[in-house]
Write a protein that binds this ligand. Structure first.
Ligand code: ATP
Ligand code: LTN
Length: 330
């Protein structure tokens, strides 16, 4: 029997999941789940690298689980679980810390971005080490493919470097994984600041469309989205705001950007925004409705996550043991 290759990916329970997480990650996971052996993780240990309110975190963890299922991930085909419930993630992270270098971690743009306001001095050590934990997540399962948005390209490159370095120093141990980045929707920008990536930890709810937002809030947020000077509806580097709206339209509808441009020729920004809001509402509605239903039964979500954690622990064992042996710890 042909064994399926493994896929691993994850989302942090660090805020409200948004349409960028949906088109950059979730939608693609769902589309590929039949062809692989899948591990989809709620990366709660990553979330605590920046301060979280424990009560809110507990709720967000369940929300991520509900949204995974509501998006169409099938627990028969995917192991859905929480990172902190499989201790191998933290253990392998520590082992990989011995081959990760201070210099390469210092060059990670996510770390630089996330410390640009408060400064690196007060950032947690966990935030600095974030990409090593991410490498551990994937290498622990010997996953081949990692479907993520564009912002994760650099972390994936580092993950590959760490796998290769470990294999070179201690002998073949890990699969060197590959990033899978979608052609559209891989980088949705903020609605109110199109030079920044849409981000769930943003303090400005108007910057993102959350998957659980009600239709009226979505209409309002898109109506208020920033636009560029001029009136032309076309994607171009000097029109970042309109380009972002067109890209989002394309990612949610499956139509090409040039087709959408042609449809809006001679029409105004107002029309585009009105129709984009409906496309987004329609695309997210089934996910939102199902997620809200699932959230009514938190005990059932917890049961599902517990069963996922048991399966993940088992799958993680071989890579962890071989890394320990290679290092001389067993
Ligand atoms: P945070 O703001 O807390 O850092 P985030 O919104 O960046 O969160 P993550 O949990 O870090 O979300 O990312 C989960 C997945 O969603 C990753 O695969 C990531 O590449 C993808 N993703 C995140 N933001 C976007 C975006 N704006 N456009 C497309 N994909 C995105
Ligand atoms: N850092 C990722 C989330 C993440 C992840 C992973 C993605 C943590 N571990 C492993 C893919 C594989 C992010 O999207 N910010």
């Amino acid at each position: 029997m042909e064994t399926k290759q493994r896929v691993f990916s994850g989302i942090q329970p660090s805020g409200n999941l948004h349409v960028g997480n949906y088109v950059g990650a979730l939608k693609n996971w769902v589309a590929m789940q039949d062809d692989y052996e899948n591990y989809f993780c709620i990366v709660d240990l990553h979330a605590i690298t920046v301060p979280q309110d424990p009560k809110v975190l507990r709720q967000k963890i369940r929300e991520v689980a509900a949204i995974y299922l509501a998006s169409g991930l099938d627990p028969e085909k995917c192991v859905i679980f929480r990172q902190s419930k499989v201790s191998g993630h933290a253990e392998l992270c520590w082992l990989l810390n011995s081959v990760a270098r201070f210099g390469e971690l210092s060059r990670m743009t996510q770390f630089k971005d996330k410390t640009s306001k408060g400064g690196a001095e007060s950032a947690s050590a966990g935030l600095f080490d974030y990409p090593v934990l991410q490498a551990a997540d994937v290498l622990l399962y010997n996953a081949h493919l990692v479907p993520v948005g564009e912002d994760q390209r650099q972390h994936l490159e580092l993950m590959r470097t760490l796998a290769r370095r470990f294999n070179h120093l201690y002998g073949e141990t890990f699969v060197v994984p590959e990033a899978l980045i979608p052609p559209t929707g891989a980088r949705v920008m903020s609605l109110d600041a199109p030079e920044e990536k849409m981000s769930k930890s943003s303090p400005r709810p108007g910057s993102y469309v959350a998957i659980l937002d009600d239709p009226d809030s979505i209409r309002k947020k898109i109506r208020r989205a920033k636009t560029d000077s001029g009136t032309e509806i076309e994607a171009s580097p000097d029109k970042p705001a309109i380009t972002n709206l067109l890209d989002l339209y394309s990612a949610m509808s499956g139509e090409t950007v040039s087709g959408i441009e042609a449809h809006y020729e001679g029409r105004g920004y107002g029309d585009l925004k009105k129709e984009l809001a409906e496309v987004v509402i329609e695309g997210l509605a089934p996910v939102r409705e199902r997620a809200l239903e699932l959230l009514d039964d938190p005990a059932e979500l917890d049961r599902l996550l517990d069963s996922g954690a048991r399966r993940a622990r088992e799958a993680a064992q071989p890579a962890l043991e071989s890394a320990r042996t290679r290092l001389g710890l067993d």
